[in-house]
Structure formats: C-alpha cells, structure tokens
Design a protein. Structure first.
Length: 119
C-alpha cells in the first residue's frame, strides 16, 4: 500500500520558518516526481514545487521562488519542503503528491498537514 505521510506543519509567526516532511513508502518511486501542493479555505489546490525521486531537477512555482526549497533524502524515503519568511497568505493545508514523470496528474496524495502563519 502506497503511503505519503506529511509532518512538520504547525503555527508560526510571520517571518518564521517551517520544514515539512513527506515520508514515502509502499513502492519504488523511481521514475516519479514528488511534489508539494497547498490548499487554503475557499481556494483551489495549487502547485508549489516538485523534484525527481531519482536525480533531482527541482522545479518551483512562482509563489515558491526565493522562499521555499524542495529537497529529498532517498535513504530515508523522504521529501522535504523548507519554507522561510512565511507570510499569513501561506496559511493552508500542505499536501505531498507523487506522479509519474511525463504524466500531469499525481497518482498518490498524502493526507495533508496544516500550516498556519499568524501576523
């Protein structure tokens, strides 16, 4: 059974930092890109960043450039999202997802972790 389990969310003041983790299990993710999305109340889910499970090649949405960094530790089967200089508008549920390279829609989703940024 494939599982993506997010952790690391919480409450932080504006300007602070958080590091989200996504523990992946249940299959080989070779040939997959793992990424992060977020969804705020009343908004559509939006893409943040993704990275190839094998090899890297990180890619960022404009909203993430300069503040967020995606990374991975294959030995720990974990993908991270380092978020710096957080703003109240970053408040959302953050989701980890995995999709096959060349396919747009993710095959797997995590359950999400709440990030709340206070002003």
């Amino acid at each position: 059974q494939v599982q993506l389990v997010e952790s690391g969310g919480g409450l932080v003041q504006a300007g602070g930092s958080l590091r989200l983790s996504c523990a992946a299990s249940g299959r080989s993710f070779s040939g997959y890109r793992l990424g992060w999305f977020r969804q705020a109340p009343g908004n559509e889910r939006e893409f943040i960043a993704s990275i190839n499970w094998s090899g890297g090649s990180p890619y960022y949405a404009d909203l993430a450039k300069g503040r967020f960094t995606i990374s991975k530790d294959n030995a720990k089967n974990t993908v991270y999202l380092q978020m710096n200089n957080l703003k109240p508008e970053d408040t959302a549920v953050y989701y980890c997802a995995a999709r096959r390279q060349g396919v747009q829609r993710p095959d797997y989703w995590g359950q999400g972790t709440q990030v709340t940024v206070s002003s």
